[in-house]
Write a protein that binds this ligand. Structure first.
Ligand SMILES: NC(=O)c1ccc[n+]([C@@H]2O[C@H](COP(=O)([O-])OP(=O)(O)OC[C@H]3O[C@@H](n4cnc5c(N)ncnc54)[C@H](O)[C@@H]3O)[C@@H](O)[C@H]2O)c1
Ligand SMILES: O=C(O)[C@H](O)COP(=O)(O)O
Length: 632
């Protein structure tokens, strides 16, 4: 019988936190090709079995495709109908899209759980049903930085093109006009006998523009693109104001931009440039009511999302002379319908959602230095391919949209506690007697660190996983843990205990208590009436340190037998020999007792699951009053 502590276990696979990956077996570390500002985990699982399949549903730069091919089978199928997408998706582990593909609830349902990652090769995720993704435990990642400069440059290009009537004037010169029709001979019988003469149109007075210098530009949405537009507009001599309820004023001040209220922005701007995401609160934010608040003759640029403008209201505002001109890269429906009044209006400059479409933004790395700052930019294709491959390998993605982003250094520290959290959840739920519904769970984290220094989202997700998976067929991960708990009516409350002492370790212990339930192992009920388990990390290995009111100390590996008996000599030997005779190896053993010769709880770690017969024989040992076998 081996009854001593084992060496620490191998590294934890992060696939447990993220959508499960059948491809991961071992863990190694390697540095990335470039130093990125995003904090990603450099822990990678080497694949052993079949390669995952990635469906690329919209054109992605070659560099990204090559990167994907190193790790996965890549199916590039563009212009799929919704039906075709739903059919294909059941054979795919990851899907990569741009803005032209709607990843609806139907897509997640059709995937039957195989789809683990959706990669949005760009910023806006309004074409992905995030709620459905989360419910299905599917991670959504995007490429939030690679096209920022391209979008900002397109915004500035549209601003200048609109102000100087570039596209209208260009069309006019190219089209020219019929200046004269004459008849080369005397007989004119048919119109076709006439010869037409064309001339270039040269409408210099018609296309007199307006200047940008000294004008007020209101940037609506002072995020990545908005702030780059602001910076460039300042360079053009414009007076730039911005409205963004969530942007820090000092960031705006640093580039000489004043943050103002929504109404002030509307009332004072000569030009308005839209850069907010499309959300429930920004949908049709420019509408009849808000157009009425604008300065007469305002000019509008939209490279964000079509849906932030009520397009019918914009047509009316143009007709009423409130809006003098508009330049639109994005539309509510793309491409816009053939009878779109906006597209056919001469005062409106349009482009077919080209904001992100530069060679540099899509595939390569650019570095620019100048009065716009230093920009190191990676192509969207590379950014998204790295994020998708990382997620399939089980890394926590730095650009996750529907899961917490946990910095690498925090992850490294929390790793053994993450494992402990899941195991405590598993143990606690298995101690519940059948028929007692689990509704209320209290988790206590004891630490010498200030509460703000402890990010418990990961731990909570893993406790939830441990609590739910043994009693259901649902797969729980970091993405869907909170949703799954809520859906099952499971309330998890968290409490922190601040301990004295040195805060070297992020946590001293974690305690899980389940209230209002009966236990199949009565000794697991604490003095206050809850099923209670408590654990610590020792030498990197999770240990169970308390069951109910009994102190134990057993390493949480393999499985566990808990026995309550009257404390007396020879008990360890008796239980040990039953297990030995049944060829079950004991990894760890500990006895916690109230007092000598009184009630004691023996915790026995076993490598193999004992047979029913072995468990029956343990139960028949006269001093054993109750016992339970728990799978970890
Ligand atoms: N046309 C294109 O090809 C193209 C390219 C890139 C980005 N985009 C779009 O541009 C937009 C901005 O992208 P980003 O990368 O700068 O995103 P971002 O998240 O960095 O910035 C968005 C900003 O909008 C702000 N915001 C949110 N709600 C707001 C509100 N009600 N009023 C004002 N501001 C609000 C946020 O606080 C944030 O600062 C997104 O809609 C994105 O999809 C379009
Ligand atoms: O949100 C974005 O990133 C842009 O709208 C780009 O969309 P695209 O990838 O379809 O060009």
């Amino acid at each position: 019988m081996a009854a001593s502590a084992k060496p620490p276990t191998a590294s934890l696979s992060w696939n447990k936190l993220l959508p499960s990956s059948p491809f991961a077996t071992a863990l190694v570390s390697f540095p990335r090709r470039r130093n990125r500002s995003a904090k990603t985990v450099f822990v990678v699982a080497v694949s052993s079995g079949a390669k995952p399949t990635v469906l690329v549903a919209e054109k992605l730069g070659e560099a990204g495709i090559s990167l994907l091919k190193e790790f996965a089978n890549v199916d590039c199928s563009y212009n799929l109908t919704q039906e075709e997408l739903c059919t294909k998706i059941s054979l795919c582990d990851a899907l990569i899209v741009r803005s032209g593909t709607k990843v609806t609830r139907d897509v997640f349902e059709a995937s039957s759980g195989r789809l683990k990652v959706v990669g949005r090769a760009g910023v806006g995720i309004d074409n992905v049903d995030l709620a459905a993704a989360t419910e299905h435990g599917c991670l959504v990642v995007n490429a939030p930085t690679a096209n920022t400069i391209a979008a900002a440059e397109h915004g500035i290009a549209l601003l200048a093109a609109m102000a100087r009537n570039i596209s209208q004037a260009s069309e006019s010169v190219k089209a020219g006009s019929v200046v004269k029709a004459f008849c080369p001979s005397a007989k004119v019988k048919f119109v076709s006998d006439l010869v037409y003469s064309f001339a270039r149109k040269w409408q210099r007075s018609k296309y007199v523009g307006v200047s940008l210098v000294g004008k007020t530009l209101a940037v609506m949405g002072f995020g990545k693109v908005g702030s780059e537009v602001a910076r460039r507009a300042k360079g053009l001599g414009m007076h730039v104001i911005a409205h963004d309820p969530y942007a820090p004023a000092d960031r705006a001040r640093a580039i000489g931009v004043e943050l103002v209220s929504f109404d002030e922005a509307l009332a004072t701007a000569d030009f308005i440039s839209l850069h907010m995401p499309l959300t429930a609160s920004t949908s049709k934010v420019l509408n009849d009511e808000t157009f009425a608040k604008m300065k007469k003759g305002v000019r509008i640029v939209n490279v964000a999302r079509g849906g932030v403008i009520d397009e019918e209201a914009l047509v009316k505002a143009l007709d009423a002379g409130i809006v003098a001109q508009a330049a639109l890269d994005v539309f509510t429906v793309e491409p816009p319908p053939t009878d779109s009044k906006l597209v056919s209006d001469e005062r409106v400059t349009v482009t077919p959602h080209l904001g992100a479409s530069t060679m540099e933004a899509q595939t390569s790395v650019i570095t620019s230095v100048g009065n716009v700052g230093v920009v190191v930019q990676e192509g969207v294709a590379i950014e998204i391919a790295e994020a998708v491959v990382g997620a399939l390998r089980g890394e926590l993605a730095a650009t996750a949209v529907n899961a917490p982003m946990v910095p690498a250094e925090v992850l490294a520290e929390l790793k053994p506690f993450v494992e402990l959290a899941e195991k405590l959840g598993r143990l606690a739920v298995q101690l519940i007697a059948g028929g007692s519904g689990v509704k209320s769970v209290k988790v206590t984290y004891a630490s010498a660190r200030a509460p703000d220094d402890l990010d418990t989202r990961l731990l909570r997700a893993m406790i939830t996983k441990g609590l739910i998976e043994p009693i259901s067929s649902v797969f729980v991960n970091l993405v869907n843990a909170d949703f799954t708990a809520k859906q099952r009516g499971l309330r998890i409350s968290e409490e922190r205990i601040l301990l004295d002492g040195s805060p070297e370790s992020p946590l001293e212990f974690i305690q899980v208590q389940i209230a209002n339930v009966e236990s199949k192992f009565a000794s697991a009920i604490s003095e206050s009436g809850e099923v209670k388990v408590e654990g610590k990390v020792k030498d990197g290995v999770p240990h169970l340190t308390k069951v109910g009111s009994f102190e134990v100390d057993v390493s949480l590996e393999g499985s566990l037998i808990l026995c309550r008996q009257v404390d007396q000599p020879g008990m360890i030997g008796k239980v040990g020999s039953v297990l030995g005779e049944e060829n079950v190896n004991v990894s760890f053993m500990s006895v916690g007792r109230i007092a000598p010769r009184k009630q004691a709880v023996m915790a026995i770690g076993v490598d193999e699951p004992p047979s029913k017969d072995a468990l029956k024989r343990i139960g028949e040992i006269p001093a054993v009053e109750e016992f339970v076998y728990l799978k970890l």
